[in-house]
Design a protein around this ligand. Structure first.
Ligand code: AMP
Length: 263
C-alpha cells in the first residue's frame, strides 16, 4: 500500500511553511496511486481558500502489516441555530467527557481568532492539555499533523451507499471521521474539537471515545476563513511519542449506521 499526501500553501503568514490552503491523506493500492494523485492535485488547484503557490505531494510505501485497523466512531448530530448556541453545545460535549471548561473555552478562543499565533490558520492541529488548556505543540504555527489515514476502499463505498441521502454521505465527512477515529484511538487523547477553515463549511464536531463523533452545525459564521482542530490530551509525558503515534498508518474497516441523526 502507499500513503499519498497533499499539502497546498501560499505565502502570507510569515512562517517558513507559508499559509495553509488545504491538505489531504489517502492510503491506496499500487494501481490507484496515479488516480489519487490526480484527484488531490485537482483539489489543491481549485480550493475555495484560493490558488496555492506550492503543492507538495508525498508518495510513500507502507508495509501492509504495519497498518492498524479501526471501526469508525459512532456518529450523531446536535441541533443549533446560532454560533453562540453551537459553541455552548461544543463546550458541554467536551466537559461531558472530562475536558475542563477552561480548556474548552481556550480551544474555542484559539479556533475563532485563528490558531496560528502568526495569524490565520495552521496546517496541523493544536494539542492541548485537557485540564489546564496549555498548548503542547513545539511549533505553534504548524501544529501536529495526522498522517496516513484513510478508509478501506470497499468500506468507503458501503458508507456512501448506506448513508446516501443523509448529510453524512460526503468526502468531507469521510475524511473528518477517519481523522477523528484515529486521533481518539491514539493513547493520551481525551477528545477532539474541529471546525473547518473553509469559509463555506460551518458544521464542525466534537469527538471522544465515550460519545463518538458529534456533528454540530453553525460552529462559525458563513464566510469565516478561520478554523482548525484541537486534540485534548491527558497523561502525555513524551510529546514526540504522541506525535509519532498520530503518524502510524491506519485504515477504517467498519462503521455503525448513525442512530441519532437529526436528534
Ligand atoms: P479541514 O477540516 O480540512 O478544513 O481542516 C481544518 C483544520 O484542521 C486545518 O486548518 C488544519 O489546521 C487541521 N487539519 C486538517 N487536516 C489535518 C490533519 N490531517 N492532521 C491535523 N490537523 C489537520
Amino acid at each position: 500500500m502507499y500513503s499519498v499526501r497533499m499539502r497546498a500553501s501560499k505565502s502570507g503568514n510569515g512562517s517558513a511553511d507559508g499559509e495553509h490552503v488545504c491538505g489531504a491523506e489517502r492510503i491506496a493500492g499500487h494501481q490507484d496511486v496515479e488516480h489519487e494523485v490526480q484527484a488531490l492535485v485537482n483539489r489543491a488547484m481549485s480550493h475555495e481558500r484560493g490558488s496555492p503557490e506550492r503543492v507538495h505531494i508525498t508518495i510513500e510505501s507502507i508495509p501492509t502489516e504495519l497498518i492498524e485497523t479501526f471501526e469508525a466512531l459512532p456518529t450523531s448530530q446536535r441541533v443549533a441555530q446560532t454560533v453562540h448556541e453551537a459553541r455552548q453545545i461544543a463546550i458541554q460535549c467536551l466537559v461531558d467527557v472530562s475536558v475542563s471548561e477552561r480548556a474548552a473555552l481556550n480551544a474555542i478562543q484559539w479556533l475563532s481568532k485563528g490558531p496560528n499565533p502568526l495569524g490565520g490558520v495552521m496546517r496541523g492541529a493544536i494539542v492541548m492539555d485537557a485540564d489546564t488548556g496549555v498548548r503542547y505543540e513545539p511549533d505553534l504555527s504548524r501544529g501536529v499533523r495526522v498522517n496516513k489515514v484513510d478508509w478501506r476502499a470497499d468500506v468507503r463505498q458501503s458508507f456512501l451507499q448506506e448513508l446516501a441521502n443523509t448529510p453524512l454521505a460526503s468526502e468531507r465527512i469521510l475524511e473528518a471521521l477517519a481523522i477523528a477515529t484515529k486521533v481518539i484511538n491514539t493513547q493520551g487523547t481525551v477528545a477532539e474539537l474541529c471546525w473547518s477553515d473553509d469559509p463555506s463549511y460551518v458544521t464542525g464536531y466534537v469527538a471522544s471515545a465515550k460519545d463518538g463523533y458529534i456533528r454540530i452545525p453553525h460552529l462559525k459564521k458563513h464566510g469565516d476563513p478561520l478554523g482548525g482542530r484541537v486534540f485534548f490530551v491527558r497523561n502525555v509525558h513524551k510529546f514526540e511519542e504522541y506525535e509519532q503515534a498520530l503518524k502510524r498508518p491506519a485504515l477504517i474497516v467498519g462503521f455503525n449506521k448513525p442512530l441519532l441523526l437529526g436528534e
